[in-house]
Design a protein around this ligand. Structure first.
Ligand SMILES: O=C(O)C(=O)C[C@H](O)[C@H](O)CO
Length: 417
């Protein structure tokens, strides 16, 4: 019987911080799992190194479900992003190993392909309409067939998801004059403070979608992320006011902890709703799925206990015609993204995949084999996840302290970011 021989936690920061679990077996096979938790990376590193790695050595790598239950139930303390990111890394690394041992791409072990390619959406943003339109055109040229729209709000200096030339995706933090469309974690010892005003946003956003529909027509699937900033009644109002613009989804309209709040939103609008990127278990979806309060499950493989757990959530959701919209910002590493693509390809209730390109340094450290053709993603046909980690290359980029920003209202109150 084969055994896990080594388990290393690799921390690297090529364009941003990533945490990767690298398992090797006595037969020389390597499996990778993503454990990146943006802004709290080292907590997961410690959880893995101090409490999980010692339990893995000598285990049979083929017992994926058993290892998942052992780590989840065996800890006694349940759920939470740190625990579930650590379990996810183990789970994905074991699936990678199993598929490599079988000599098959992972999606084959998950039931095989249910489709030819995966509809993906990218992030267009602009401080004003001309800048936003340029960004939408740029995404269309890159082949995207679905686009998330984020926009500046008059009177606010900063806003979630909007590129700013004053900040840079460069790890040095230097302003290179280029735009970034999404990399909110700022490197440095303190989080950046941003400003927020919900009434101004609610007044402005419908005018932006009206202009975008006028410019780009009725057919382009458009998405928007409210990033947990509204109360249920505010979200209901927004959903209603966006109905004429036929959104693919309105994401994270209210703080995700208040699941009952979605009942109120649902009663007032037919705008499809997506939520769950901050969830970590099926229990977070119990009310939302069984009462059909959402249309899309937003969890990442990386933050929800891995493929084993997310598959169960998506199978539960499928009974209610709820589809997947797996979280895929740049803080999900290429390993986490590959895991998402294999799962997306295999499940029946696939909806859409978020896809943001990683930086060039990241692509050198993590060599990937996915395809991006005609606006559709495919995980590729290499054995396992199809990702290899250049451990020496990773070592050139040590961890850099970085935090997500936080919001304050004009009177100084801290608000959801
Ligand atoms: O991709 C999205 O929809 C996000 O909201 C991304 C989050 O802000 C990001 O993952 C935080 O680390």
């Amino acid at each position: 019987m084969t055994r896990i021989e080594t388990a290393e936690v690799v921390v690297t920061s090529p364009d941003r911080n990533f945490v990767t679990l690298r398992l090797t077996t006595d037969e020389g096979l390597v499996g990778l799992g993503d454990a990146t938790l943006n802004g709290r990376e080292l907590a997961v590193v410690s959880y893995l190194r101090d409490h999980v790695v010692p339990l893995l050595i000598g285990r049979d790598p083929h017992r994926i479900e058993d290892t998942w239950q052992f780590l989840y139930r065996g800890a006694y303390w349940r759920r939470g992003p740190v625990t579930m990111a650590a379990i996810a890394a183990v789970d994905v690394a074991l699936w990678d190993l199993k598929a490599r041992a079988a000599g098959m791409p992972l999606y084959q072990l998950l039931g095989g392909a249910s489709r030819d390619g995966l509809l993906a959406y990218g992030h267009a943003s602009g401080r004003d309409l001309p800048e936003l339109f340029d960004s939408v055109r740029d995404h269309l040229e890159q082949g995207y067939r679905a686009i998330r729209i984020q926009t500046g709000v008059p009177g606010l200096k900063t806003i979630y998801g909007v590129a700013s030339n004053a900040r840079s995706a460069e790890p040095t933090g230097a302003d290179d004059g280029g735009r970034y469309d999404y990399e909110p974690a700022g490197r440095g010892p303190q989080p950046q403070e941003e400003d927020w005003d919900t009434p101004a946003y609610l007044r402005h956003l419908p005018t932006v979608f009206e202009a975008v529909r006028h410019e780009f027509g009725p057919e382009l699937p458009l998405l928007h992320d409210g990033h947990h900033r509204m109360t249920p009644i505010q979200a209901a109002k927004l959903g209603k006011s966006l109905e004429p613009y036929d959104l693919f989804w309105l994401e994270d309209c209210t703080p995700a902890e208040n699941q009952q709040g979605l009942r109120l939103v649902r009663q007032h609008t037919t705008t499809p709703l997506a939520i769950g990127e901050v969830f970590n278990t099926v229990w977070d979806y119990q009310t939302l799925v069984s009462e059909q309060l959402i249309d899309y499950v937003r969890s990442a493989v990386t933050h929800t206990g891995g493929i084993t757990a997310l598959r169960k959530i998506l199978d539960f959701a499928a009974q209610y015609q709820i589809r997947s919209g797996i979280h895929g910002p740049t803080d999900i590493s290429p390993v986490g993204m590959a895991a998402a693509l294999h799962l997306d390809l295999a499940i029946h209730n696939f909806g859409i995949q978020e896809y943001m390109k990683h930086g060039a340094r990241t692509d050198e450290v993590f060599r990937q084999s996915f395809r991006w053709e005609d606006g559709l993603l495919h995980p590729g046909d290499e054995p396992g996840l199809g990702v290899t980690l250049d451990v020496d290359g990773a070592g050139k980029y040590p961890y850099v302290q970085a935090y997500l920003p936080y919001n304050r209202l004009s009177d100084g109150t801290v608000h959801d970011w």
